[in-house]
Structures are given as C-alpha cells and as structure tokens.
Design a protein around this ligand. Structure first.
Ligand SMILES: Cc1ncc(COP(=O)(O)O)c(C=O)c1O
Length: 397
C-alpha cells in the first residue's frame, strides 16, 4: 500500500467550478472571491470575512490593521508553525513565545498571563490540529490584564485590551462551547493551503467579530488597501467603462486571492460538512484502534469543543526523538507517510538567532520528542486506516 500524508480531495465539482471561472473572462480577484468571502462569513457566523493568498498574509495584515509594530510585543505558542510567529517579526514587533502546558499541545495559560506586559498588543493562540484553544480562559486573562494596555490606534482604542488574533489555520468548522471558529476570537485567520481541510491550493481568510464604534466596512476597506498596493480601486472596479482613475494611498502589499482559487474554495465549502464528517469517522477509528496501545492521541471531541479534525497527533508514551524517528522510517518502509507537528520554534535556526532556547520550553520539547502525526484525509479508505494502525502497533510492539 502507498498512503500519502495529505493529498488534496478534488472532485468533478471543484474542476467544474474552476473551469467555469477560466471560461468567465475574469480570473483574478472578482465576483467569485467576493462570493467566497460571503460564504466564509456565513459559515463561521462571523461579522465579515476577507480572503487573501494565505493565512500568513491574513495574520500579517491583521497585525498591520491593528497598528502593531515596533516597540510592541505579541505572544504566541512555542509549539506551532513558523507563520504564527514570523508575522510578528515582519511588522517589527517583538515575538514572545510561551511554553505549552504539561502534556498539552496548547499554551500554558498561566505562563501566558505572566507573559503579558504593558507592551503586549496581541496574543496569537493556535488552534492546533483543529482543536480550538480555551478562549474563555484567554479572554479572562486579557481582561485581568486590561490595566496594562495602552492603545495606539482606533481599533486598539475600541477593543481596549490585548487583542486575541486566533491562528485558525487548522480550525475551520471547529466549535468551542457551541461557537464556530471565526466568531470566538476578536480576529481569526484561516488557511486554505493544499494540505488543509478546505483548500484553494494556496489561500487564507480573516474573519472578525463586531467591534464597538468600528464600522465593519471600514475594516474591510483597510484590508483591501493593505492587500492590494493601497490602491483605491481593485482591478475589477477599474473595468467599469470610463472608470480608470485610482489613487495609491500608501505603498502597501500584494496578497489578494484570485477567482480561480475562490472557485476551488466555493466547491470545497459545498462539500465541507461531509468532509468534516468523514474526518471525524477516521479519528474515531484511529482512537479505537490505538487505545491501550502505548500511545496517547490528542482528543478531538470533548464536552467543550468539537475539532475540525485537521491532524491526528499521537505521542509514543515515554519514547524519545530517536525512537520516534525510527517509527517514522519504518512506517515509510511500509508505504505510509507520517509527519511531525511540530518541531518547537526555539529549535529552528531563525528563532535560535532571535535568542530563543529550547531549554526554556521543556513542555513543548516533551510534546515534540515522541510525537508522530498519522495520515488524516478524506481519500483514506477504512482499510487504509486499519493498515496504518496495524503497522504502527506492529512497529511499537
Ligand atoms: C498553525 C499554522 N499557522 C499558519 C499557517 C500558515 O498558513 P498558510 O500556508 O496559508 O500561510 C500554517 C500552515 O501550515 C499552520 O499550520
């Protein structure tokens, strides 16, 4: 058998929708992107949504929209992909990394509270594997520390406490206490990268909740300006006959979503409930097969939250890096692609060069050293899921 880690699930529906766009005479940002934004806002119960070429762009532009920059601090988890932290560096702010709680893939909330200073402008919690963070706890913490916050732009003034910008790259469709990812944090950024539950090949979106005294259309316009050169009219608006003239308000960025990408997303979103259901079935199969087997899997479905089932994270109890790497190699020899999520940021050169040391993040290191991620995607058959668990059990026996 040959089992890939996370191939895209593309059906005739996606192909037809993309072909329709290709034949329509409009392939970059236009009607399909606008429609996809509406559908994402509806799906997540968010006030509004805006699409970009990646979650990384969505997060960076959100920090820029919030006026976060030099002299500010932004906190995120040590246990994540580089994008959650690199965007903080891009805007000139200081990255503050918080260790995970013991035996948890999520930030230690007590350490998070201690990390907040009078320079902290935002926290980027990471909904790792599609399991949403404990947002009630996070909001309790930022409210407790409200007295330290000094706002420096209109949105910061309106929110008047540390802003919660969720890295929801994995969590489209997940819920926390009955609320969808996208309507819980102040801002949420999703990824539609090729390996994600819902893909547009590359792509991302930001959603946000209503902010008192701030007009949602103004936020949307700011995002449009930031993502398209600070230009007052996008290419679609400029095609109106006689409507050529535009202004560049400031030298901004270029990271808009195209209608080709959006058409892929529109077709995927139509199938998304079924996609989530199949992921849940596979997770339940893995959970059942691996219980009592010397391994501990991340819980995706609890009383408090229901995951989008993005990644199946397993810890090989009490084992170390060498053993885990041996398992990955032996699984590969049996035709099964696995992965590791994540090598903590302080172990990477870029973050070492910024002064981070993994010794300060012992819990994150412990999670990493025996973690293996099993294939989880909607092209897997039940037989393949069984084969994966049989091989894993055989290797770790
Ligand atoms: C946790 C996390 N955040 C952010 C990103 C960045 O997403 P994108 O590739 O859409 O920029 C990823 C991508 O893998 C991710 O896993």
């Amino acid at each position: 058998m040959k089992i890939s880690f996370s191939p895209p699930d593309i059906t005739q529906e996606e192909i037809d929708e993309v072909v329709d766009t290709l034949r329509s005479g409009w392939i970059t940002t236009g009607p399909k992107t606008k429609l996809f934004e509406e559908k994402i806002a509806n799906y997540t119960n968010a006030s509004k949504a805006v699409c970009f070429n990646s979650a990384t762009s969505a997060m960076e532009l959100t920090l820029r929209l919030l006026g976060v920059g030099e002299g500010d601090e932004v906190i995120t988890s040590a246990y994540t992909y580089t994008a959650s932290a690199s965007v903080i560096h891009h805007v000139g702010a200081k990255i503050v990394l918080v260790d995970t709680a013991k035996d948890s893939f999520q930030m230690d909330y007590e350490k998070l509270e201690h990390a907040i200073t009078d320079k902290t402008k935002a926290i980027i919690p990471v909904d790792i594997a599609g399991v949403m963070c404990d947002y009630d706890k996070i909001f309790e913490i930022v409210n407790n520390k409200q007295n330290l916050f000094s706002p420096s732009n209109e949105i910061q003034k309106a929110i008047n406490r540390v802003i919660v910008l969720a890295d929801g790259a994995h969590s489209l469709g997940a819920t926390y206490k009955g609320k969808k990812s996208g309507e819980v944090a102040d801002f949420t950024c999703f990824s539609f990268h090729a390996v994600k539950n819902l893909t547009t090949a590359e792509g991302g979106a930001a959603t946000w909740r209503d902010i008192p005294n701030i007009n949602n259309n103004d936020i949307y316009t700011q995002y449009m300006l930031l993502s398209l050169h600070g230009q007052t009219k996008d290419a679609f608006a400029k095609t109106d006959p006689g409507s050529w003239e535009y202004d560049i308000i400031y030298p901004a960025y270029k990271c808009n979503m195209t209608d080709i990408m959006a058409s892929l997303g529109l077709a995927q979103l139509k199938r998304y409930d079924a996609i989530l259901e199949r992921r849940k079935q596979i997770i339940n199969m893995y959970d059942k097969a691996l219980e009592n087997g010397g391994a501990t899997s991340l819980k995706h479905f609890t009383d408090k939250s229901s995951s989008s089932g993005h990644l199946y994270l397993v810890r090989l109890n009490d084992k170390d890096e060498d053993y885990r790497n041996m398992v990955i190699k032996e699984m590969a020899e049996k035709g099964i692609a696995t992965n590791v999520h994540y090598k903590p940021l302080p172990m990477h050169t870029a973050y070492k060069n910024l002064g981070f040391n993994i010794k300060d993040y012992p819990n994150a290191f412990n999670m990493y050293r025996n973690e293996i991620t099993l294939p989880l995607h909607t092209l897997l058959s039940d037989e393949e899921v069984e084969y994966v668990t049989e091989c894993l059990k055989e290797i770790v026996k």
